[in-house]
Design a binder for this molecule. Structure first.
Ligand SMILES: Nc1ncnc2c1ncn2[C@@H]1O[C@H](COP(=O)(O)OP(=O)(O)OP(=O)(O)O)[C@@H](O)[C@H]1O
Ligand SMILES: [Mg+2]
Length: 1014
């Protein structure tokens, strides 16, 4: 399935989908994917991983996001999919799961385990809760510590794990990590005292020597030079470019601190490393019967580092106390014994320190939650254990390691087959048997009681007396001569590859391995003289004392013989397999593409060998033998329901199973080659036998997808547009309602304020208008106008009609003069025709009236609107006494001295405007078309200095309005601008008491009206 989401150029993402399952096709696909940078490929749910030997940009947070919560087939193959599946199974079904990572040394197991743990840490700790942070932090950091003390450079891998590790991560019912536990298996401790060429001791020694401070080194009596120590210089590998000990030392001490190792504990660990290095420097010399230590100062260093005294340390190194027949005697070592004891001591000190570190970490991350309260915690276990090993010289360690791989292979076969079989049974599908090699027989060869290799070895070790490794070989030859997976030179004399009395060969499932028996017995006995245990128990350093509790045992005490290393390992393997078998397993099968750590080379022969011994082809065959693919009905429908009208968009059948049956029948009947015989219907899943059928389904699906996408887009766009439309309509409705609401509020409020308007004294003039909403601003203005009009009408109603013209004139004056001219509204009666008034113009009124009659008959005007005596100035700046008369047709200038003889008459429509001064003087300028304005000052009034200018203005404005239906502009200014003789002049006013009214020339463009105040 994974294949479907990756382009064909990357080969098949799942080996199950290979058209033909041949070795060639399998290898071609593996190679193609490796060359195209696709290091992961599936076999169903097993991940095959090829070491890329380069850093890959596929472990970023984006990738984590991409795989989180997804199914295997949803994304291209990745180890994250497997980690996620393990986590999902654990969380969904509250089932313990385990991830078994296997492959040979350097194939990438440890890297894979770290990638998995990092993935699980990042998907579980999204909210960064401190307790989860702490737990995941310790789980991840503990890897750094364990790698320092348990990994070493070998010829195959610069960071080879020299111990097996099984790490449990515990989760609570919510899926949050709450703790963990580490199991370690068989540390290759012989490396502490001996390394082959091109290899190194454990990283810890080099890191301490190269990374720690000068001060620390001095305190440990060490030199910053790994070549100076026997235990670190045998491999002759200095200045490795690929290993940065200095940096890793920093990381490691940081990790020790943050995981929770105290300063004293760290110091003790460094002391013990130094003790081992110093032990390697000890030289023994024979002196007659006795053996002596040549470099005594080294003993002093060791004694001080283990907090003991030099004498006891020396004694433990040179002698051993034995109890014989109730007596205790001190037996002196030979030089050989002393060397052996020294090495055994060094190995034991290191192994015990390693063990202690693991236990200490376990103590820190142990689950402390109350099971009754929080329920049982579930577990994801990650097994990163040494891969199958074949060296030139294979010893006891390789024997154990390869046995371990046999056990795991067996578990793999059993579980994969068992699971498959169980599934078919559960689903009610008939199962066909698949031929595969069951390595159970090899496991038995090693572990069977009495007859197995470990049993024979134990028996040899148990024997009192001098049983040699050769005798052990003889015993095996005798007991196992019939076994088809065991041989030796004695059994096959012609096989020159096997050395007489030294080699035996086991035909492992992964290939034949020749082991040399030399050292088997000694390693199996794994003896350490009691003297050393006592020495360390008596240390005044509590950490060291704690590591060696068996040191308190008395010399005379008879104890049961401890179990041998072989038996211990066998038991731990049986336990491990039991533990794994009880969990839902997930497999990562690592492949090493070449021996030279190259990111491009794909060594066909080596890879084929690994594919063969990992049983990958069998795995694919088993998977394909039954059915290449199976899916729950519901998921199948979800993916393929568009292929038939029975199921698209939703089926009407009684069950999903029926719907799937109908769907398959429908498509099958429409294709060239029907395929319903290729499908079986289980209870909850549909099973598809050949990948071809699946490919056909996928192809048909891919054809339809674009149409569905267009349909979905169409629907989505439609739905979106409808939603937007509905929302817009709703918005307008709300706006409308709100506006109306605001308007109603405003109107109601105004209604309230003006409710009693008729009864108000000022008819609502003092009522405050509320601030209107925006939409009502113009309405409010109109209402204000309406109110003003209504109020005016109301007020006017009480005034008699004949007074209306007077009011209209005053209104005209109001509009022009209010707030502009001082005292314009003095309480005086507006008479208008003052020259005809006997009180005003007693002496000349009759003369005036005669003149008016003449003029009326000549010019045909109806009414005399305003008359007055004025002082007038002409274009020569000369002032004269004159009279003006405003009628409904013309304005006349009259000469009072000549019986009001008319001098000039101007039609009303020639008036262009009026100008008066803002003061109370009587300046009255009538602007006319042509070269001259009429520039006058009203005078000679009775009473004297009567203010008649406002009246003149009001009357002229009203007259122009009624006669000409137009408005005149009135300038109320300090300094008036006039036109006389076509020239522009300005006129200012000077009021002086008793002055006679006159215009005076100030300059060619300036006149001054001198007049007395009114
Ligand atoms: N996914 C990966 N990405 C990049 N490099 C990798 C990857 N996997 C492995 N390597 C490289 O291969 C080296 C060996 O891998 P690793 O230590 O995991 O092997 P191993 O299978 O644990 O071997 P051993 O059995 O010796 O412990 C790593 O140090 C690293 O350089
Ligand atoms: Mg490893």
């Amino acid at each position: 399935m994974a294949n479907m989401i990756e382009s064909q150029e990357f080969g098949k993402g799942d080996f199950v989908l290979l058209d033909q399952l041949t070795k060639e096709a399998f290898m071609d696909n593996l190679k193609l994917r490796f060359q195209r940078g696709r290091i992961y490929t599936y076999i169903g749910e097993v991940v095959v991983s090829v070491n890329p030997y380069k850093s890959m940009n596929i472990y970023t947070p984006e990738y984590v996001k991409d795989y989180k919560g997804r199914e295997f087939w949803e994304r291209p193959p990745h180890i994250y999919a497997l980690a996620d599946a393990a986590y999902k199974t654990m969380k969904r079904y509250l089932k313990d799961t385990c991830i078994v990572i296997s492959g040979e040394s350097g194939a990438g197991k440890t890297e894979a385990s770290k990638i998995i743990m990092n993935y699980i840490a990042s998907i579980t700790n999204v909210s960064h809760r401190s307790e989860i942070d702490r737990v995941t932090g310790i789980l991840l950091k503990s890897n750094v510590i364990l790698e320092t003390f348990g990994n070493a450079k070998t010829t195959r891998n610069d960071n080879s794990s020299r111990f097996g590790k099984y790490m449990d991560m515990n989760f609570d019912f919510k899926g949050d990590p709450i703790g963990g536990h580490i199991n370690k298996y068989l540390l290759e401790k012989s490396r502490v005292v001996h390394q082959q060429k091109g290899e190194r001791n454990f990283h810890s020694f080099y890191q301490l020597l190269l990374g720690s401070t000068e001060q620390t080194l001095n305190a440990l009596h060490l030199k910053r030079d790994p070549t100076a120590y026997t235990y670190t210089n045998q491999g002759e590998t200095n200045n490795m470019k690929s290993i940065d000990d200095k940096r890793t030392f920093k990381e490691m001490s940081g990790a020790l601190k943050s995981v929770g190792f105290s300063h004293d504990e760290q110091q003790t660990l460094f002391n013990l490393l130094a003790v081992v290095l110093h032990l390697g420097q000890l030289e023994f010399v024979e002196e007659g019967q006795k053996v002596r230590i040549k470099n005594k100062e080294v003993v002093n260093y060791i004694a001080s580092l283990i907090d003991s005294n030099a004498a006891s340390t020396e004694e433990a190194l040179l002698t051993r106390v034995v109890a014989a027949r109730g007596e205790v005697i001190n037996k002196i070592h030979s030089k050989e014994d002393a060397c052996f004891a020294r090495d055994a001591f060094a190995k034991a000190v290191y192994e015990r320190a390693f063990l202690w570190i693991v236990e200490r970490i376990n103590g820190i991350i142990e689950v402390k939650l109350d099971v009754h309260r929080y329920g049982k915690s579930t577990v994801i276990g990650v097994l990163d254990i040494y891969g199958f090993e074949i060296f030139d010289n294979n010893s006891f360690e390789q024997f154990c390691i390869n046995y371990c791989n046999e056990k795991l292979q067996q578990l793999f076969i059993e579980l994969v087959l068992k699971q498959e079989q169980e599934e078919y049974l559960r689903e009610g599908i008939t199962w066909q048997n698949v031929e595969y090699f069951n390595n159970c027989v090899i496991c038995e060869l090693v572990e069977q009681s009495h007859k197995g290799i470990i049993a024979i070895l134990d028996e040899a070790c148990l024997n009192v007396g001098t049983v040699t490794d050769q005798m052990f070989l003889e015993a095996m030859d005798k007991k196992l001569k019939e076994h088809e997976h065991y041989t030796s030179r004695r059994l096959v004399p012609k096989d020159k590859d096997l050395q007489h009395d030294r080699d035996f060969r086991i035909i492992h499932y992964a290939g034949s391995v020749t082991y040399s028996v030399i050292g088997f017995m000694e390693k199996n006995k794994d003896q350490l003289f009691q003297d050393f245990k006592r020495l360390l128990f008596q240390s005044s350093n509590p950490v060291i004392k704690d590591m060696w509790p068996e040191g308190q045992q008395s010399v005379k005490e008879v104890t049961k013989r401890p179990l041998t290393a072989g038996t211990l390992f066998k038991n731990s393997m049986i336990q491990l397999v039991e533990k794994l078998a009880s969990k839902a397993p997930y497999y990562v099968r690592c492949i090493k593409p070449n021996e030279i750590k190259s990111p491009i080379q794909f060594d066909d022969k080596r890879c084929l060998h690994q594919v063969e011994y990992l049983g990958l082809m069998e795995n694919v065959r088993v998977r394909r033998a039954g059915f290449a693919n199976r899916q729950p009905y519901q998921r199948f429908l979800q993916r393929y329901k568009m292929l038939s009208s029975y199921t698209w968009p939703n089926h009407q059948c009684r069950s999903d199973k029926e719907a799937v049956t109908a769907l398959i029948k429908d498509i099958s009947s429409r294709s060239d080659k029907g395929f319903d015989h290729d499908v079986a219907y289980g209870n909850t899943k549909v099973f598809i036998r050949t990948p071809n059928t699946l490919v056909t389904l996928e192809e048909k699906r891919s054809e339809l997808i674009p149409h569905i996408i267009v349909l979905l887009q169409k629907m989505w766009r439609g739905a979106n547009a409808r939603r937007r439309y509905r929302r817009t309509v709703a918005i307008y409705k709300i706006m409308n309602r709100y506006r109306r609401y605001k308007m109603r509020c405003y109107l109601l409020e105004m209604n309230r304020r003006f409710a009693n308007i008729k009864r108000m004294k000022d008819l609502g003039k003092s009522v405050q208008w509320a601030v209107p909403p925006k939409v009502l601003i113009s309405l409010a203005q109109q209402m204000k106008l309406m109110h003003a009009r209504w109020r005016a009408k109301y007020l006017i109603k009480s005034v008699p009609k004949d007074q209306w013209p007077a009011i209209q004139m005053k209104c005209a004056a109001y509009d022009a003069l209010h707030n502009k001219r001082q005292g314009w509204l003095r309480p005086r009666k507006w008479e208008g025709n003052y020259l005809a008034s006997m009180s005003d113009n007693a002496s000349l009124a009759s003369v005036f009236l005669t003149s008016v009659d003449k003029l009326r008959s000549k010019h045909g005007f109806r009414d005399v609107i305003f008359t007055a005596h004025v002082r007038k100035v002409n274009k020569h700046n000369k002032s004269e006494d004159r009279a003006i008369m405003v009628t409904d047709k013309l304005i006349f200038k009259l000469d009072p001295a000549k019986g009001y003889k008319p001098m000039h008459g101007v039609p009303l429509n020639k008036i262009t405007g009026l100008s008066i001064s803002s003061g109370t003087d009587q300046l009255l300028i009538i602007h006319l078309e042509g070269h001259d304005d009429l520039v006058t000052c009203i005078h000679k009034t009775t009473p004297q200095a009567d203010d008649r200018v406002p009246e003149a203005v009001g009357r002229i404005l009203r007259l122009v309005k009624t006669e000409l239906r137009s408005e005149l502009r009135v300038n109320v200014v300090q300094q008036a601008q006039v036109k006389l003789g076509g020239k522009s002049k300005s006129i200012s006013v000077d009021q002086q008491n008793n002055a006679s009214t006159n215009f005076r020339k100030v300059s060619n463009t300036m006149l001054m009206l001198v007049t007395c105040p009114t």
